[in-house]
Design a protein around this ligand. Structure first.
Ligand SMILES: Cc1ncc(COP(=O)(O)O)c(C=O)c1O
Ligand SMILES: [Zn+2]
Length: 373
């Protein structure tokens, strides 16, 4: 039986619908699975092809009635016209992780988290989000027949709010910041006993995002890349990818996990600052175009720093100007992503050491352009 385990104080807690953090306040992890050879179900064309590695006890988890076919997103070369990408390594590839049912990588986490909620008999859930995670949770909640109430900051992109409404969620637009929306969600959870479908605290979300690593490994011919470049706000893709690659190494499917290059907005860089041992710049965190990674106090900050450090990677930051230029440069390649997603390409291209990188280098593109103005 798997349990929740606290990464801070090591306390184990049974998995129930009402537990959403450790008594010490920390987000939770799942107790690790014993290492086992990787099993891929070739007949399943979604992230559920890796379900043998997911955290469920027993076979009857009901995933087939929740899945929308998420995952198995394209991995395409960044070379144009046979020429290596300017200033980049020989083999740079874009992982088009915005090609998902709700148009962001968050569907990986939401599909697995909502499957777990449905398995526990949850009928009502509460979530908070800068936008995309809430949209993804709302989509899968609709699919699973679970009522969803989603708290977002008032400034969330109108298109993400209309997605939330379309999926039938009760939308609560909170006058205030991203942390204010989280506080309002927690208040509602505590007042009503609803299931808190938090992508930040609930480790089943990371179980879903870890399939990013399994997919990249499979798409590269069962090899891991040298480098993965990812956006980092609360770290759900970063920590999920780190978990997936660690499992692949533990399973004997890879010798060494890739170096993780995590990207923050220059206007909101608390994790990059902690990693570098300097003061954070939060002056413009409510104003950056990279709304998805504008998280001033991520609850998993320590885990994010540790994951990047253990991988031999780095934190980079991107200015708004560079992010918008990178978004336009991606358009010129036929790729349309939202600014948050373009930040990784901006940061990678501006990083002097990128020129010396040997591939494969994976650039995670996390959210679709139609979500933004
Ligand atoms: C498109 C996109 N990319 C990246 C992120 C960052 O994810 P996380 O905050 O889990 O690091 C988000 C979060 O909302 C997002 O919407
Ligand atoms: Zn604890």
């Amino acid at each position: 039986m798997r349990t929740y385990v606290c990464p801070e104080c090591a306390t184990s807690t049974p998995i129930t619908p009402t537990v959403w953090r450790c008594d010490c306040g920390s987000p939770l992890d799942l107790s690790p699975l014993p290492p086992a050879p990787v099993v891929v179900d070739d007949a399943e064309r979604s992230l559920w092809r890796y379900r043998a590695a997911l955290a469920f006890d027993g076979p009857a988890i009901g995933w087939r009635s929740v899945t929308l076919g998420e995952g198995v997103t394209p991995l395409v070369s960044a070379e144009t016209g046979g020429e290596a990408v300017e200033g980049g390594a020989a083999d740079v590839r874009f992982k088009l992780d915005f090609l998902m049912p709700s148009l962001s990588y968050k569907d990986r986490g939401a599909a697995v988290l909502v499957t777990q909620a449905a398995a526990m008999g949850v009928e009502r859930l509460v979530a908070d989000s800068s936008g995309n995670a809430g949209v993804a949770i709302a989509a899968y909640a609709a699919r699973a027949g679970i009522a969803a109430e989603v708290f977002v900051p008032a400034a969330t992109s109108p298109k993400k709010v209309s997605q939330l409404r379309a999926f039938g969620a009760s939308v609560r637009q909170i006058e205030g910041s991203r942390p204010d929306a989280a506080a309002a969600a927690v208040e509602r959870v505590e007042a009503t006993g609803a299931f808190y479908a938090s992508h930040v605290y609930n480790p089943f979300f990371l179980e879903g995002t870890k399939t990013f690593a399994y997919e990249v490994w499979e798409q590269l011919g069962r090899q891991v890349p040298t480098t993965v470049v990812l956006p980092a706000g609360n770290g759900t893709l970063l920590l999920g990818a780190a978990l997936g690659f660690a499992e692949l190494v533990a399973a004997g499917a890879a010798r060494q996990a890739p170096r993780l290059v995590a990207v923050q907005s220059a206007l909101c860089d608390p994790v990059a600052a902690a990693w570098a041992g300097r003061d954070a710049d939060l002056t413009g965190w409510t104003a950056t175009v990279a709304e998805g990674i504008a998280i001033p106090t991520p609850p998993r900050l320590g885990q994010m720093v540790a994951a990047v450090r253990a991988s031999g990677g780095v934190f980079l930051t991107a200015t708004d100007e560079a992010i918008l230029a990178a978004r336009a440069e991606l358009w010129s390649r036929g790729i349309d992503v939202e600014p948050t997603a373009a930040a990784v390409w901006a940061a990678w291209q501006a990083w002097p050491e990128a020129r010396a990188a040997t591939g494969p280098v994976i650039i995670a593109l996390s959210g679709a352009g139609l979500k933004a103005a």
